[in-house]
Design a protein around this ligand. Structure first.
Ligand code: PLP
Length: 462
């Protein structure tokens, strides 16, 4: 029998996370406060617990995963590494395609890899309640799940367009005991301000983040903190368990090297998760093409500048050095809700600046077409976000065919699409169209950040 998947024993689950900050050729730029000066860690204390702030600013290469966290992750980890043999055959490619199946977690995506540790560290610190935002609902449901297992209250501000399009995600959150409201809401000043200006807004992650942070920092008991599902260093750190497992699994199946690694990138966490442990090898000289993929309608990495910008619309977060379309940007309502974010993780942005990774953007019709080919060959129905990675895999597999090269392609199958079938419905009925962000629109949202401090050009390798 041909081997189709590699499964690791629970005891082979990684015991440490990998921190790319330790190895980046150009050191990360610090986040800046409203005065343009580097943020002191204590300024983050109303928002995050001390133990997570420590991880956020850490430059230690390896950070131990507490056993209690590994015990919870063992519900679905180590996740299987599959070989996509049927897709390879359908494409007639000599490439060997491997994917990390992150859809096997209870909420169905990679997001619980960080939701569990975040809830656990907050609980350790004595926190009773977490607030957060969610786009497509995957992060909200992941945090709701983690809070249920760990014993915290959970309040989720869900981007309005997804709240309307994806009622089942909200029901998952409620099943796990969380409260979910559409954002912008009337419950926060940030929400009320936006509603007064744009009553019909589909919402955005940037707006929902403002609301969730405000709700956390204004809790008079001081026992509420905020949790972010992507972008931040500690979130990307937690996701590296994906790539660390994949390394062991590729070795176990007899692969000596990887040629191409890809994943979709919204805030950058599942991409970082699979790619960062291999980036360490690339920095040390290995030749690997590493490709984060984003939608053409929200082209943060491929068209937006590397700038200092806020992570949210109401400018509550510090300024992060990242690729950004501008914090006022409201992305078009494409179905890959998890990829509708104006910024990109500082660590991923830094890797782009250092030319270690080469981003790409795809249109949504091509992504759905790829997702359908995938479902009809490999069986599992991918999330619309994941479909962006699949489109790239198919392109790379066809390229390997043209070149007649036996390449090894690895990607992160970030989640299933069983709660996103309305997007497939729109695709099958011909209701979806491609949309590249017009230059004028980008210029408008970028104008909002033109007076913010700029990253020093001296420290950017070009
Ligand atoms: C949230 C999500 C994404 C995008 O988020 P990243 O932080 O960039 O990983 C991608 N795929 C799925 C299935 C998601 O739920």
């Amino acid at each position: 029998m041909d081997k189709l998947k590699v499964v690791l024993d629970e005891k082979d689950m990684p015991r440490q996370w990998y921190n790319l900050a330790a190895d980046l050729p150009t050191p990360l730029l610090p986040p800046l406060g409203p005065d343009g000066r580097p943020v002191k860690p204590e300024m983050l204390r109303p928002v995050f617990p001390d133990n997570l702030i420590e991880q956020e600013i850490s430059s230690k290469r390896w950070i131990t995963i507490p056993d209690e966290i590994r015990q919870i992750l063992a519900l679905w980890r180590p996740s299987p590494l599959y070989r996509a043999r049927r897709l390879e055959k359908a494409l007639g490619t000599p490439a060997r395609i491997y994917y990390k199946h992150e859809g096997v977690s209870p909420p169905g995506s990679h997001k619980p890899n960080t939701a569990v540790p975040q809830a656990w560290y907050n609980k350790q610190f004595g926190i009773k309640r977490l607030t957060t935002e969610t786009g497509a609902g995957q992060w909200g449901s992941a945090l709701a799940f983690a809070c249920a297992l760990i014993g915290l209250e959970c309040k989720v501000y869900m981007v309005r367009i997804s709240f309307d399009q994806k009622p089942f995600r909200r029901l998952m959150m409620e099943t796990w005991g969380a409260t979910c409201v559409p954002s912008p809401s009337n419950e926060t000043q940030a929400g009320r301000d936006i509603l007064a200006k744009m009553p019909d807004t589909p919402g955005s992650l940037g707006i929902a983040i403002s609301e969730a942070i405000e709700a956390a920092v204004t809790d008079p008991t001081g026992q509420t903190r905020y949790a972010l599902g992507s972008v931040l260093n500690h979130v990307l750190l937690h996701q590296t368990i994906i790539g660390l497992e994949a390394k062991k699994q590729l070795k176990k199946i007899g692969e000596k090297k990887v040629d191409v690694i890809t994943a979709c990138a919204g805030g950058g966490s599942n991409f970082a998760g699979i790619a960062f442990p291999f980036l360490a090898d690339k920095i040390a000289g290995a030749q690997i093409d590493i490709i984060p993929v984003e939608p053409q309608s929200c082209p943060t990495m491929t068209r937006a500048p590397f700038a200092y910008d806020h992570g949210d619309t109401a400018k509550m977060t510090p300024l992060l050095a990242m690729h950004s379309l501008g914090h006022t940007f409201v992305p078009p309502a494409i179905h890959a809700g998890g990829l509708r974010y104006h910024g990109m993780a500082p660590l991923v942005s830094a890797a782009i600046q250092d030319k270690l990774v080469t981003p790409r953007a795809y249109h949504q019709l091509k992504c759905y077409e790829s997702a359908v080919l995938w479902a009809r060959t490999e069986g599992f129905i991918p999330a619309p976000e994941t479909a962006h990675a699949i489109a790239c895999v198919i392109d790379e597999a066809r390229k390997a065919k043209e070149e007649g090269k036996e390449k090894v392609i690895l990607f992160c199958w970030s989640g299933h699409g069983l709660m996103d079938l309305s997007g497939y419905d729109a695709y099958f009925r011909g209701k979806l169209s491609d949309f590249a962000l017009p230059e004028e629109e980008m210029a408008k949202s970028l104008a909002a950040i033109k007076d913010l401090p700029k990253p020093p050009t001296g420290c950017i390798k070009r």
